[in-house]
Design a protein around this ligand. Structure first.
Ligand SMILES: NC(=O)c1ccc[n+]([C@@H]2O[C@H](COP(=O)([O-])OP(=O)(O)OC[C@H]3O[C@@H](n4cnc5c(N)ncnc54)[C@H](O)[C@@H]3O)[C@@H](O)[C@H]2O)c1
Length: 251
């Protein structure tokens, strides 16, 4: 029996990249997965892959910047699967490689609305279902710890996700809900399209990793998420785990 047998997980941005890796890793442990993505075709693709693995999945097209759409997505999951046990706030969009003085209002809106605001919308909507053993996993970034050049909107939005994670862990511990975060590194579709036009930056990123390889979305990041969502992590909350091959160190 898988460690997540009978659990229901929402994974945002699961149409590709790290979200898809987390979704398939959790499905292989027996969880039913709500595949949330802005891209309907990508969401359907991941949901189909999960069904072929023998697990249940529902694709949900949703713009996570819209709190009403998030509420409707959570309601659809509850209608189909009865509850939500695991919430993975993975999706985020941002324009990066922009000097601080050139950041636009739209850049800030995109990063903050898809990052901490969308994560809060999902956490708020899922709260009644998560009470009594629920798990929340938020996605942060080593770039926040490094203060990566050209990433100001992204880094500040991810720092807000860190604050949200810690406060939620304090507030929701009384309800037996754990709230943790992962700082990943994997050559997702999003990362590939960024590094394709900047091969020097990829070389620099790789040479800064202790383990000198990129992570695998499912085998590395997905398995860490399975651990945080599973029975072995029931006493861990408010933590951020670096799953980035030793790119950044937290404390
Ligand atoms: N790839 C890395 O190495 C890395 C490093 C640090 C942090 N992260 C974080 O991990 C998470 C996943 O990253 P990734 O590289 O797999 O991303 P990605 O760009 O490959 O995929 C993001 C997914 O989110 C979806 N999405 C974007 N905007 C959306 C919206 N408004 N509503 C719904 N869905 C939306 C996209 O359609 C896409 O499927 C992000 O939070 C990212 O910041 C990634």
């Amino acid at each position: 029996m898988g460690s997540l047998e009978g659990k229901v997980a929402i994974v945002t941005g699961a149409g590709q990249g790290i979200g898809r890796g987390i979704a398939t890793a959790m499905a292989k442990e027996g969880a039913s997965i709500a595949v949330v993505d802005l891209n309907a075709e990508a969401a359907a693709g991941t949901a189909g892959e999960i069904e072929r693995l023998g697990a249940a999945a529902i694709p949900l097209t949703c713009d996570i910047r819209d709190s009403a759409a998030v509420g409707a997505a959570v309601a659809a999951v509850v209608e189909r699967f009865g509850t939500v046990d695991i919430l993975v706030n993975n999706a985020m969009a941002a324009r990066v490689g922009v000097p601080l003085e050139e950041i636009t209002d739209e850049d800030l809106e995109l990063a903050f609305r898809t990052g901490p605001m969308a994560s809060t919308y999902f956490m708020r909507a899922c709260f009644p279902h998560l009470k009594g053993g629920g798990r929340v996993i938020n996605l942060r970034s080593g770039s926040e710890i490094q203060g990566l050049v050209g990433y100001a909107a992204y880094v500040s939005a991810k720092a807000a996700v860190g604050g949200l994670t810690r406060t939620a862990a304090r507030e929701w511990g009384a309800h037996d809900i754990t709230v943790n975060a992962i700082c990943p590194f994997a050559l997702s579709e999003g990362a590939k399209s960024y590094f394709d036009s900047r091969p020097d930056e990829l070389d620099a990123a790789l040479s800064g990793l202790s383990l000198r390889r990129t992570g695998d979305a499912e085998a590395d990041i997905g398995r860490a998420a399975v651990f945080l969502a599973g029975p072995d992590a029931s006493f861990i909350t408010g933590c951020s785990i670096m799953v980035d091959g030793g790119g950044s160190f937290l404390g």
